[in-house]
Design a protein around this ligand. Structure first.
Ligand SMILES: [Fe+2]
Length: 262
């Protein structure tokens, strides 16, 4: 049987000099990422096509592929194509476009949304949402928790985000903070380019962002079958929130954004 995509390529971690491209194949294969500088042409629709020499980035044998493109120019459009090699077989993605991050202090646009899994959103509703977001052409998306129904179930990630957002994810990077529905699952750091602890920070243009996992910020215990906060227990995220010690207090960029699900 031929190899196929479980998750088509999606953009993660935009930086001034590159991005990370991830995808998942049904069978283990060697990943390769081709990148070209893009030229835009307006022929009814806006179309991008490769115009420079090809930059090649290699990945290991894997089902979940994560390849970092580096050495690119900031705030620039690039075409890319992911290839998975297995024996003599090549599985190629369509050629898509990403844009590298702008210089620090540049203006930015982003879209905030969430709760597809928490609210068990229908495909019809997701289609409308994705179409509306696409029209705005944001630099990136911020998901603020409960993106999936149960973060421990691999198929939920496809059902609630990777399938409905497939088209948008191929060109637009996204970040997120976990909610209770993500269940502190290890799948988050498997499918996304983020650290395993669930909370993380990043800079983009004029802003610094800190994403916290509100379900892990305090120690809980069961009281009468319900989860209750243990008072006076140390906060697991406290270094991020303590004045003088947190990444938010370093004031590296003029705008600072805190993401967490309440
Ligand atoms: Fe929720």
């Amino acid at each position: 049987m031929q190899n196929s995509f479980i998750k088509e390529p999606y953009i993660q971690s935009p930086k001034e000099d590159g991005v990370t491209v991830m995808w998942q194949t049904e069978k283990e294969a060697r990943g390769q990422l081709s990148v070209w500088q893009a030229k835009a042409s307006l022929c009814g629709d806006l179309i991008y096509y490769p115009q420079s020499k090809e930059f090649l980035f290699e990945g290991p044998l894997a089902q979940i592929h994560k390849i970092k493109a580096v050495g690119l120019k900031k705030d620039t459009d690039y075409c890319y194509q992911a290839t998975s090699f297995r024996g003599g077989e090549k599985l190629k993605s369509p050629v898509k476009v990403f844009r590298t991050a702008p210089a620090a202090n540049s203006s930015i646009s982003f879209c905030v949304t969430s709760e597809f899994g928490g609210a068990d959103a229908s495909m019809q509703l997701m289609d409308k949402l994705v179409t509306q977001i696409s029209k705005e052409r944001p630099d990136f998306l911020l998901f603020v928790g409960d993106m999936v129904r149960d973060g421990r179930i691999s198929l939920d990630w496809d059902k609630y985000i990777f399938i409905p957002f497939k088209r948008l994810f191929s060109t637009t990077p996204f970040y997120f903070c976990p909610g209770n529905h993500e269940e502190n699952s290890s799948l988050m750091s498997l499918f996304l380019d983020m650290p395993p602890r669930g909370y993380h920070s990043f800079d983009y243009g004029c802003a610094s962002f800190v994403a916290l996992d509100s379900t892990q910020m305090a120690t809980h215990k069961k009281v009468n079958g319900e989860l209750a906060i243990v008072e006076n227990a140390p906060l697991t995220h406290s270094p991020w929130l303590k004045p003088g010690d947190s990444s938010l207090s370093k004031e590296r960029l003029p705008r600072q954004v805190l993401l967490l699900l309440r």
